[in-house]
Write a protein that binds this ligand. Structure first.
Ligand code: MN
Length: 202
């Protein structure tokens, strides 16, 4: 197991939760993203990008916007294993993150800072962008598409605050609000209640 998944494993009891155990780390070449709707102590959206063989993860209380004028707070949380991108179900009462998890959107991404630019001969890798505190990606999801920037704005280690902002491009649309108009799972078409009802987890 990669060192970066230790915190993920430490926080969970895999005898009790059906979340992936995190035994498998990726090659680092994966380019996946997932946004999970998580009805925990407070409803939020977990935005995850595969970087360096794990899912770098941010909790976004209001979820992503398609409007470039909307800055969405994104709190950096622990790395998750790649398998987590497919997880939909219920985390039992008393466990870390207890509540219902939905695969709200997912797809592939491109690294926009990987391009060669003046004074930036080779572009930046995703790992370098993350370390630099500015990640720019082109998302190819079903609900969320186009350029998004994640900018580190402060906070202490373990509670880093970032902002998730739609970049100005053809996919930007101030009138859309997929968080409210497209609430169902892209994996199963279910809403939160249906996922909860189908689960035998208490
Ligand atoms: Mn969460």
């Amino acid at each position: 197991m990669g060192k970066d998944l230790e915190e993920y494993s430490r926080k969970r009891d895999f005898e009790k939760t059906r979340e992936p155990s995190g035994a498998r780390k990726g090659s680092g070449r994966e380019r996946r993203f997932v946004i999970q709707k998580h009805d925990a102590s407070s409803l939020h959206y977990d935005f995850r990008l595969s970087i360096g063989g794990v899912l770098k993860s941010w909790a976004v209380p209001k979820g992503p916007s398609t409007d470039p004028s909307q800055k969405r707070l994104a709190i950096l949380t622990e790395d998750h294993p790649l398998d987590y991108a497919g997880f939909e179900g219920v985390i039992p009462e008393g466990e870390y993150g207890a509540g219902t998890v939905m695969v709200w959107d997912s797809g592939s991404y491109r690294n926009l800072r990987g391009r060669k630019e003046k004074g930036d001969e080779n572009g930046l890798s995703m790992e370098e962008s993350f370390q630099d505190g500015l990640v720019e990606v082109w998302l190819e999801g079903e609900k969320i598409r186009g350029g998004y920037a994640l900018t580190r704005t402060g906070g202490s280690k373990g509670k880093e605050r970032w902002l998730l902002i739609k970049m100005k491009d053809d996919e930007a649309d101030a009138r859309r609000n997929p968080v409210s108009t497209q609430p169902e799972s892209v994996k199963t078409g279910r809403n939160l209640e249906e996922i909860e009802e189908a689960s035998d987890v208490e």
